[in-house]
Design a protein around this ligand. Structure first.
Ligand code: ADP
Length: 170
């Protein structure tokens, strides 16, 4: 049984097997959750990221968590919202799917996602939540034994309510 839940928290504080970073394609750090993760993990995270040669939108790469309570960081690059006709839903779905598949390969059983693409990248939150929740449920259905817990971590009350109501439809 996989417990799928939405929480309100600072993702850098979570003691899980892996947290997902909403990274940019350089993997060399940025603002928002990416900046917070790099600050909390320390400079060794940036050093490992430099060896990865970036990451395409929709793909994911894994590093250690260094000073974070989480053992690993999975860096996923979301789509920049351009109005919805540039494959944004497919790319966002791939982020969640590829992060979960990479987690399975690394025996990660507890994982926490931020709200990928809904900050600086401008993806409308209701649309992003529908894609995120649908994809998480699909992967869990395909791999029912793989995960103990999958969390979607929100910062604001508003985002928390959007993801919660999306989950309640499942
Ligand atoms: P993107 O560039 O993919 O849009 P952002 O980092 O700008 O990514 O925003 C993604 C989401 O992460 C936003 O909802 C933002 O409020 C949230 N966020 C920012 N810092 C944290 C944090 N420390 N823990 C959890 N969520 C965070």
């Amino acid at each position: 049984m996989t417990n799928i839940e939405v929480i309100r928290a600072d993702i850098t504080t979570l003691k899980v097997d892996a947290i997902v970073n909403a990274a940019n394609s350089s993997l060399l750090g940025g603002g928002g959750v990416d900046g917070a993760i790099h600050r909390a993990a320390g400079r060794e995270l940036l050093a490992e990221c430099r060896t990865l040669n970036g990451c395409e939108p929709g793909e994911a790469k894994i590093t250690k968590g260094y000073k974070l309570p989480a053992k690993y960081v999975i860096h996923a690059v979301g789509p920049i919202w351009h109005g919805g006709k540039m494959n944004e839903p497919e790319i966002l779905s791939s982020c969640y799917r590829n992060s979960l598949l990479l987690a399975i390969e690394n025996n990660i059983r507890t994982i926490a996602f931020p709200s990928i693409s809904t900050g600086v990248y401008g993806y409308p939150i209701e649309k992003a939540a529908a894609v995120a929740v649908r994809t998480v449920f699909e992967v869990v259905e395909e791999h029912p034994e793989a995960f103990d817990q999958i969390q979607i971590v929100t910062f604001s009350n508003f985002d928390y309510n959007v993801y919660s109501s999306e989950i309640s439809t499942k």
